[in-house]
Design a protein around this ligand. Structure first.
Ligand SMILES: NC(=O)c1ccc[n+]([C@@H]2O[C@H](COP(=O)([O-])OP(=O)(O)OC[C@H]3O[C@@H](n4cnc5c(N)ncnc54)[C@H](O)[C@@H]3O)[C@@H](O)[C@H]2O)c1
Ligand SMILES: [Zn+2]
Length: 348
């Protein structure tokens, strides 16, 4: 088993990575007085029964929400909280978030406000959640005004990553997770970017050794960044590479056309192009970035969308300052920086 420490003083916790971790879950989850498992319908159908068995005498309550981004609303939070109250959960109870980023974000947010905060454990089941959303303590929901506009910084007590559950993940969701994996290489570790390129086929085949190594490296990078800047006042912003355009694309297509990871893949491509146009990177490095982006086979054609709508959506991004849009752009191998641009300076 791989074990990593997220070093946040009093709020420190471990990330454990292995196959078959779910089967020994009861040992990893020290008992509170009651346990509630929050999951979505798809994950419940696949793993619900097995998890209840693995948790043995801990006998969890279960709250199941519909799958997908549309569940990340205040109405779902209210539903979850009332179920938690009905089950009689106390301050000593524990929430287990079993699912992708949607379940992790909403279960984490619910845990953070239930009785002013109860313990929660992340058990991420998508690649995106295993390499990104389950680590770092950002929780939240979407509001009509925008994605993730309401939430909290609330760290889990542990993250349990079972690589075996990725076997049931649809290919599209696997590719979405690979988008965030590529991001880590570009923002932090060029050697890792090369490894991803060389081992792309093995990743697609979910080769156990490769996946364990890849997930570990992503979590290590995220841990290093989050440990320095838990509340995103500085360096944590670099994790937003690909996300200014990515979030814009998700917003103008009503979160229906793209998965989050696909939008990030397209966003990384156009933000790298923007960096090249502005002279931050040379053609050769741009080509290195795009070579790997092309491997995902996500269509980069956004000509059917209105650039004006996209710019408009990006202006509303919560990371902006004043009239300027905040971009994280590559400036060298494994290096990015924040660049603030007026809307009319955005071009590729
Ligand atoms: N908190 C953070 O730091 C952070 C970071 C990145 C993304 N996010 C959020 O994460 C969300 C996206 O997460 P996601 O991509 O995991 O999406 P998701 O949670 O919607 O999961 C994608 C789909 O895969 C299904 N699924 C999950 N695990 C499965 C498995 N093992 N086998 C088969 N199907 C499975 C789900 O039911 C769902 O239909 C977005 O809301 C995004 O804002 C948060
Ligand atoms: Zn993301």
């Amino acid at each position: 088993m791989e074990r990593l420490l997220i070093d946040l003083g009093e709020d420190s916790y471990y990330i454990d990575i292995d196959e078959d971790l779910l089967e020994i879950m009861d040992k990893a989850i020290d008992s509170g007085d009651k346990i509630v498992l929050i999951t979505d319908k798809n994950v419940d159908n696949l793993y619900g029964k097995a998890i209840e068995k693995f948790l043995k005498d801990k006998k969890p309550y279960k709250i199941t929400i519909p799958p997908g981004e549309k569940s990340k609303t205040m109405a779902t939070v209210e539903y979850i909280l009332s179920q938690m109250l009905d089950c009689g959960l106390t301050r000593n109870s524990k929430v287990i978030a079993l699912g992708g980023g949607v379940v992790g974000d909403i279960a984490g947010f619910s845990a953070s406000i239930y009785m002013r905060g109860i313990d929660f454990v992340q058990v991420p089941t998508t690649l995106l959640a295993q390499v990104d959303s389950s680590v770092g303590g950002k929780t939240g929901i979407n509001m009509p005004a925008g994605k993730n506009t309401v939430g909290s910084f609330y760290q889990p007590k542990a993250v349990l990553i079972d690589t075996k559950v990725l076997k049931t993940l649809p290919k599209r969701e696997l590719i979405s997770g690979i988008g965030e994996v590529i991001k880590y290489g570009i923002i932090y570790d060029d050697m890792f970017l090369n490894d991803i390129k060389n081992e792309f086929e093995a990743i697609l085949k979910l080769d156990y050794k490769v996946m364990k190594k890849v997930i570990r490296r992503c979590c290590e990078i995220k841990a290093a960044i989050v440990s320095q800047d838990e509340k995103e006042k500085g360096i944590r912003k670099i994790l937003n590479f690909g996300h200014t355009i990515g979030h814009g694309l998700e917003a103008i297509t009503n979160y229906k056309k793209y998965t989050h990871g696909e939008a990030v893949i397209i966003g990384m491509y156009y933000e790298a192009k923007l960096a090249k146009s502005l002279g931050y990177i040379k053609e050769t490095y741009f080509k290195e970035i795009t070579d790997i982006i092309h491997k995902t086979e996500v269509s980069l054609d956004i000509t059917m969308l209105s650039l004006e709508d996209l710019t408009h959506a990006m202006i509303k991004d919560k990371k902006n300052r004043g009239e300027k849009i905040s971009f994280i752009l590559p400036i060298d191998k494994g290096k990015v920086k924040e660049v603030l641009l007026f809307p009319n300076e955005v071009m590729w």
